[in-house]
Design a protein around this ligand. Structure first.
Ligand code: SAH
Ligand code: SF4
Length: 358
């Protein structure tokens, strides 16, 4: 048996978890087997968490053995799980090369949301984000993105209750476009992780070509980390704004194909004395006028070494009030798990990162 070109790597056997459903079908057909075998294999991998081809008893024993010589199935290693006072959990995963990444499980009323990482570190350098302060290590592979969900489903009590998935952990998903798209194809496949596209949100700092490509390639929700309503402030906070300034970003967002009544989400981290005044709120209303969206306001989560501070609560509520008066849906997002550095922008891939003294 031989694999088609492109699936052969010189150093290692290809990992079935890096293949999209159609790539796996292609491999299985090239080996002379029926296409539905690919579906069976996916069900073993994603539904039952099997990593050993020998255990896939719906496949003929010869085929299992032969396939096992050609390919492999990886699994992320859980290094630790921390639980915050509010029930939020942070899972630290080890990748095969020893690097670590984090996922966060966030409780809802009847279900849980998993927040997953797409890169080890981040290159975007946003000034208010702990992930952006550390070194960028590398892009995650499709298997490393999806396995954060697979392993959480298998090894945490909340696993079966995971219903929403947000790509808001470490890294910029659209800077690792190809692998993120492949992961999304696996996450939404019914024989894969079987999430509805409606329950998946990709969050970006605003890479316009990626936003446009994502809209063409798959149907998922889009969140944009806006964080400022004028170019001067945004460029100071988020260097990417110098390349893709606000007017162009908003134009791309408005072109994003949103099915039915779905809305774009704009995330806005409120930082004391930087972007949280009444004037900033008014600028934001002007900027987003006519855009089908909702706003998530997040009070800045502090971390050691950051020059920024939380805004006071009064300012947060005043900011929200201005948005609501201008007919926007604006929610002040509770900070989940900040006591274990699991809140937005606090992930570092390190067990005890930039925690502020008690
Ligand atoms: N790179 C993508 C996905 C990561 S999401 C993006 O930036 O959208 C990380 C989210 O946490 C972003 O919305 C970001 O604005 C927010 N964030 C980063 N640092 C934060 C901090 N210190 N406090 C609160 N939110 C923060
Ligand atoms: Fe990267 Fe997003 Fe943090 Fe910016 S906010 S540094 S893009 S993870």
């Amino acid at each position: 048996m031989r694999l088609p070109r492109g699936f052969v790597t010189s150093c290692d056997r290809p990992n079935l978890k890096d293949m999209t459903p159609s790539e796996l079908e292609q491999v299985i057909s090239s080996l002379g087997k029926e296409k539905y075998r690919a579906r069976q294999i996916m069900k073993w991998i994603y539904g039952s968490g099997v990593t050993d081809l020998e255990a896939m008893t719906t496949l003929a024993a010869d085929f299992r053995r032969e396939l096992g010589e050609l390919v492999r199935i990886s699994a992320l290693r859980i290094m630790g799980i921390q639980t915050a006072k509010d029930g939020t959990k942070k899972i630290l995963y080890q990748l095969e090369d020893g690097l670590t990444v984090e996922s966060v499980l966030i409780p809802g009323k009847n279900h849980w949301t998993i927040c997953i990482s797409t890169q080890a570190g981040c290159q975007m350098g946003c000034k208010f984000c702990l992930t952006g302060q550390g070194d960028f290590k590398r892009d995650l592979l499709p298997s490393e993105i999806t396995d954060q969900i697979t392993q959480a489903r298998l090894h945490t009590p909340e696993g079966p209750l995971l219903r929403n998935c947000v790509l808001m952990g470490m890294g910029e998903p659209l800077a690792n476009y190809e692998n993120t798209l492949k992961a999304l194809q696996i996450i939404t496949a019914d024989a894969g992780l079987n999430f509805s596209g409606r329950r998946i949100t990709v969050s970006t700092s605003g890479l316009i070509p990626g936003i446009e490509q994502l809209g063409r390639d798959i149907c998922v929700n889009l969140a944009i980390s806006l964080n400022a309503a004028d170019n001067k402030t945004r460029s100071e906070l988020m260097p990417i704004n110098r390349k893709y300034p606000l007017d162009q970003l908003l134009a791309a967002c408005n072109r994003y194909p949103l099915p039915g009544r779905r809305l774009l989400t704009f995330e806005y981290v409120l930082i004391g004395g930087v972007n949280s005044s009444a004037k900033d709120a008014q600028n934001l209303c002007r900027l987003l006028k006519g855009t089908r969206c909702k706003l998530n306001l997040i009070a800045f989560n502090e971390f050691l070494g950051s020059p920024y501070r939380k805004p006071n609560e009064k300012d947060v509520l005043a900011f929200q009030k201005i948005l609501i008066e201008n007919h926007f849906t604006a929610i002040v997002r509770k900070s989940h798990g900040d006591d274990i550095m699991a809140a937005c922008g606090q992930l570092s891939g390190d067990h005890f990162p930039g925690r502020l003294p008690e």
